[in-house]
Design a protein around this ligand. Structure first.
Ligand SMILES: [Zn+2]
Ligand SMILES: [Zn+2]
Length: 398
């Protein structure tokens, strides 16, 4: 087992650099698949560190590099991923590192993830004698923009050359206090699908409904009936969500419109439940529309699959976390209905995606992810980097 005190000491020395990198990235946020300056910043850093086989433009803006240890040992290959993209949000924080790109903001912590992975690159470059095997650094575009950058990078072969055997990723967590590390085995995040239902009726005068087919009435019945997919069709011991979030129709108070559009999100964990959702939503929408004399076209789009952590890899992450923040500060995470495209890596290879508490009420870092006032306690980056280094070194050792 690598010595956590030694890693921690080096990470503490790297912290000013990590904070500077994170703040630079925070000031210069870029949206998904547009992370050109971010990717160049990463590339330059990897080059400075002498990272091998640096590749750019993978899945549009993705960057990878390899660091190979010199210690004799099993020689395994592990990939560590950070997402680089920001969100279309106008930042409301008044800080010296505020976004210089109005309307775009690192409001999910991906600036910290990128800084941590660059920090890991530095730590590993300085400590090649402490591990055997190869670490692939994977800087990914567009986590926030389905179909996302993970799938794009995997399609371009990021898991081959060298053949990757395991994967790690982490995410800042502003719902947990700084100093906590959050792990979970099995499904930790849901599959996220979306649907669009376009209802076609027949518009006309609001005073003469009998000459029309009212798509608003059809839509209203569909919205209500969709709630039975979870309450009546899904096993109560399973978890699923159907949220119809958009209902658009009509413009004038006395005109029955021609069409109505419904859009919603669907969250599930099991493949069979996911199939059931698609089937029932399609049946309910089309059959209710038919019954009321209208037609409904259903477009069901599958988004990110569920994020399913490997048990052994998660135990490794848990032990790494406990070494860094203490057993009592490792929180076991129940599954949540959010989604994450690291799931595509986990579909291919065993791995673990863990979370690093970044909230600090005393310092005012209390806002949730995707909020215009989102900000993190940067101390969390030190915990995240130390835990990641511990996890990676321990994995490569045995
Ligand atoms: Zn996010
Ligand atoms: Zn995120």
């Amino acid at each position: 087992m690598p010595q956590v005190e030694e890693i921690r000491k080096e990470v503490d020395e790297l912290m000013p650099g990590l904070v500077a990198d994170r703040r630079h990235l925070h000031e210069h946020p870029e949206l998904g698949f547009q992370e050109f300056e971010t990717a160049e910043f990463v590339r330059q850093r990897l080059e400075q560190l002498g990272v091998e086989d640096i590749r750019t433009g993978i899945g549009v803006t993705g960057v990878t590099g390899l660091i190979t240890g010199t210690k004799p040992g099993p020689g395994k290959n592990v990939l560590v991923r950070a997402d680089m993209d920001a969100l279309p949000i106008l930042e409301e924080n008044d800080v010296e590192y505020k976004s210089q790109n109005p309307g775009v903001m690192h409001a999910c912590g991906h600036d910290a993830h990128t800084a941590i992975l660059m920090g890991l690159a530095r730590y590993l470059s300085d400590n090649k004698d402490k591990f055997s095997g190869t670490v692939k650094l994977c800087f990914q575009p567009a986590e926030e923009l389905p179909p996302g950058g993970a799938q794009a990078m995997i399609k371009e072969g990021v898991l081959n050359d060298p053949p990757i055997e395991a994967v790690f990723g982490l995410h800042m967590a502003n719902q947990e206090q700084v100093g906590k590390i959050i792990v979970g085995s099995g499904p930790v995040m849901a599959a996220a699908d979306g649907y669009t239902i376009t209802i076609s009726g027949k518009g006309g005068h609001g005073a003469y409904p009998h000459g029309c087919i009212d798509p608003v009435i059809v839509g209203a019945q569909i919205v209500v009936a969709l709630q039975t997919v979870v309450s009546r069709n899904t096993d109560p011991m399973d978890s699923a969500v159907v949220s119809n979030c958009v209902f658009q129709s009509g413009e004038a108070f006395n005109v029955i419109p021609d069409t109505a559009v419904l859009k919603g999100t669907v969250r599930t964990f099991k493949p069979e439940t996911r199939d059931l959702m698609e089937k029932r939503i399609t049946e309910i929408a089309t059959d209710i529309a038919t019954a009321l004399g209208a037609t409904a076209k259903v477009e069901y789009v599958r988004g990110y699959p569920p994020t399913v952590n490997d048990e052994a890899m998660t135990e490794l992450a848990r032990q790494a976390g406990a070494a860094v923040v203490g057993e009592e500060n490792v929180v076991t995470r129940p599954p949540a209905m959010g989604a994450e495209d690291f799931s595509y890596f986990l579909e291919e290879k065993p791995g673990s995606y863990f979370f690093v508490g970044s909230k600090n009420e005393e310092k005012g870092f209390v806002w949730g992810h995707h909020h215009p006032k989102f900000d993190i306690d940067e101390e969390s980056m030190g915990h995240g980097l130390t835990a990641m280094a511990m996890g990676v070194l321990t994995y490569l050792e045995d």
